[in-house]
Write a protein that binds this ligand. Sequence first.
Ligand SMILES: [Fe+2]
Ligand SMILES: [Fe+2]
Length: 168
Amino acid sequence: MSEAPATTADARAVAPALSEQIVTHYHEMHRRDLPPIVALAREVEAGGGPPGLADRVRALAADLEQHMRNEEMRLFPMMEQGGNTLIAQLIDDLQVEHKVHGDEVASLRATLDALPVPPTAAAALDRLRLAFGKFAADLTQHAQLEDEILFPPFVARREATPRRPGSP
Ligand SMILES: [Fe+2]
Ligand SMILES: [Fe+2]
């Protein structure tokens, strides 16, 4: 008799198609959107904005690229094969990164919101705030889709450890 609920099995079965959609929609969108955002941050910094702003955005973009490559090269192929003993740890690590990226995005948004208008880059700051806000919303949706829909069926096994009689 199979112990896996049909819903979990079904969720694992759709993971390859869902992960493919995540790559073609969100991963490619971030890869398109981030280089112009880094360029705008550089423009704002050069026009009198805070030193180090562009480096912070570039570091976030580099971290996110490494995270997405890790999903594409390691996690999604594991899911396609139905999961293995390493997948729960990898998912834990990726979820920690979601939190780290989310915190850095929130911190950068707060920095941009509080920034005085730079002497010669007011228009660039407007465009940067707009573009970064869109990126932040996309990244939130992307991480939620992975954390709430794609990942859970692959960590269910760990939580399905048989309980002792009488335990809650
Ligand atoms: Fe992703
Ligand atoms: Fe992710």
